[in-house]
Design a protein around this ligand. Structure first.
Ligand code: FES
Length: 177
């Protein structure tokens, strides 16, 4: 397989080569390689050229790499926001108001309503790269409904006031422009 014209930078390739050497011959190596390479990406995703490079170095067909990267929800094929907010839309959370929380977040971050027939977006990143907003089927914490996750911290029994406090805290941490 040939490497595309847009190869990762030398430092990225060095990092990937190090990961490949460490994982060589380990069972489930591809999963661990993709996890480590994604974590190293400043936008927490796996660019196509990175997947192509991994394929060229390992001999694993690109189609197989893509099938792994698209099967597991933890992998991202698009750049992610600097902050991550996930709203549970499972039944318990829905009946306790997660839709209102989701709508508040959409308005807060200026994300337009989906067009008719498009349905609720599964993941959307604001154009300034500040936040990726996701919906999740269930966090497995239904007793805490409604549940949201902000930057990997699970918050339960969330109401709109608490959500606003979290958004204020998030804004306070953003570097001034
Ligand atoms: S339905 Fe929301 S945590 Fe289970």
């Amino acid at each position: 397989m040939s490497i595309s014209a847009q190869v990762p930078s030398q430092s990225e390739r060095d990092f990937i080569d190090g990961v490949l050497a460490a994982q060589s011959g380990h069972p489930g190596a591809l999963l661990k390689i993709l996890q480590q390479v994604q974590s190293h990406n400043p936008r927490n995703y796996l660019p196509r050229e990175t997947l192509e490079y991994i394929g060229s170095r390992t001999g694993v067909p690109l189609a197989r790499i893509f099938s792994v990267a698209t099967f597991f929800a933890l992998f991202n094929l698009k750049p992610q926001g600097r902050n991550s907010i996930s709203v549970c839309r499972g039944t318990a959370c829905h009946t306790r108001g997660s839709r209102d929380l989701f709508d508040k977040l959409m308005i807060h971050f200026g994300i337009p309503e989906p067009a008719d027939g498009e349905g609720e977006p599964q993941a959307i990143t604001t154009t300034d790269g500040n936040v990726t907003l996701r919906v999740v089927a269930c966090f497995g914490q239904c007793a805490l409904a409604p549940v949201i996750e902000i930057n990997h911290a699970i918050l339960g029994h969330v109401n709109e006031h608490q959500l606003q406090r979290e958004l204020d805290a998030l804004a306070a941490r953003e570097p001034r422009k």
